[in-house]
Each structure stands twice: as structure tokens, then as C-alpha cells.
Design a protein around this ligand. Structure first.
Ligand code: FES
Length: 188
């Protein structure tokens, strides 16, 4: 009886060498990084970081026929979204309302038909192109797109958030993605 027990007993594991211990620790840390990284990325892409109508997220502006300015109209300032909505000869663009020099709020000046910054005098045309002053580039832009009644994008934003043509269907909805900002072009 005693002999049978002794034959099935599990021999104790030999102690790990320092090298083995370091290898196991390294593998464990790799696994941890993978799990945390993959889980974090899944979480990040599963949940939008900003709510609709919150700066950084999507701003639905309503039907194109009501939300957009006409070509002869002054730009419309959306304070919550921090952009100016501009119609430039039938093309629509959203301009980030922060001056690209040092971050002041510029304004639309109807007399000169320009955007002008009160801080150091930078000026931009209606489509945001740099005219003069210390600003290093044209105004930054945000992505504008059009969706149908189901929310499906039927006229996508330009990849560089440049002005896009206003669709003929004025029932389409206008959206501005304030999280998709593109820097204005540097000037010579
Ligand atoms: S912050 Fe606008 S010109 Fe300096």
C-alpha cells in the first residue's frame, strides 16, 4: 500500500532558472499588451467618442433646402460646432472658426466680403483662402456630407474637406463632421 502511493506521487518541479523566469515574464507581458491593446481598440471603435451635436462629433443641420446659405448669402456661424458654413458658387464648405495664426475667433466682414481676424489682422476670402496677415496658411476645414432620410450617406465629404457640390435634391440632410478637420493649405 505504501509502495503504490509512492509510485504515483508527482515529483516536485525543479526551480526556474533566472533565464526561464525572464522568458515567461516576457511572454506574459506580451499577452497582456495584446489583450489590453486589442480590447482597447475594439472599445474605441465600437463607441463614438463624441455625441451627435457635441463638438468633435457629427452635427446634423437639417435639410439642404433650409440649412444651407445661398451663394449670395453671408456665411452662417455655427457656434456649438465651431464652424462657418459657406456657399461658394454652389459649392459648400465648413470652415473651422479659429484663426490659424494664434487661435483668435475671426469674423465675417460683409463690407470687405472677407473673414478678418481682430487680433493681428489676418484676412481670408469667403472660401477660407489666405489673403494677408501673419497666418501661416488658409483656414482649416471640416468634412461636409449629405445623407438621405434613412441616414445613409449619399454625397460623401471630400477626402480633404474641400468644398463639395450641393446636390440638386434639397430634401437631403446636411451633416458636418467636426471631428474630421483638415489643415488649410500653406501659402508661399
Ligand atoms: S490670431 Fe488671427 S491673426 Fe493672429
Amino acid at each position: 500500500m505504501t509502495e503504490a502511493k509512492a509510485s504515483t506521487a508527482i515529483a516536485p518541479m525543479p526551480p526556474l532558472s533566472r533565464r526561464e523566469f525572464m522568458n515567461y515574464a516576457w511572454l506574459a507581458s506580451l499577452g497582456f499588451v495584446f489583450v489590453v491593446g486589442f480590447g482597447g481598440a475594439t472599445y474605441f471603435f465600437s463607441f463614438p467618442r463624441f455625441k451627435v451635436g457635441e463638438f468633435g462629433g457629427i452635427f446634423p443641420l437639417g435639410k439642404a433646402g433650409e440649412a444651407l446659405p445661398a451663394p449670395e448669402d453671408p456665411p452662417i456661424h455655427n457656434l456649438e460646432g465651431k464652424f462657418w458654413l459657406v456657399n461658394v458658387n454652389g459649392m459648400i464648405v465648413a470652415l473651422y472658426d479659429i484663426c490659424v495664426h494664434l487661435g483668435c475667433l475671426y469674423e465675417w466682414q460683409p463690407v470687405s466680403a472677407r473673414f478678418e481676424c481682430p487680433c493681428h489682422g489676418s484676412k481670408y476670402t469667403k472660401d477660407g483662402t489666405y489673403v494677408e496677415g501673419p497666418a501661416p496658411r488658409s483656414l482649416d476645414r471640416m468634412a461636409v456630407a449629405f445623407t438621405d432620410a434613412s441616414g445613409k450617406v449619399v454625397a460623401p465629404a471630400d477626402p480633404n474637406a474641400k468644398p463639395i457640390k450641393i446636390p440638386a435634391d434639397k430634401e437631403l440632410n446636411v451633416i458636418v463632421d467636426t471631428g474630421k478637420q483638415v489643415s488649410g493649405d500653406p501659402h508661399g
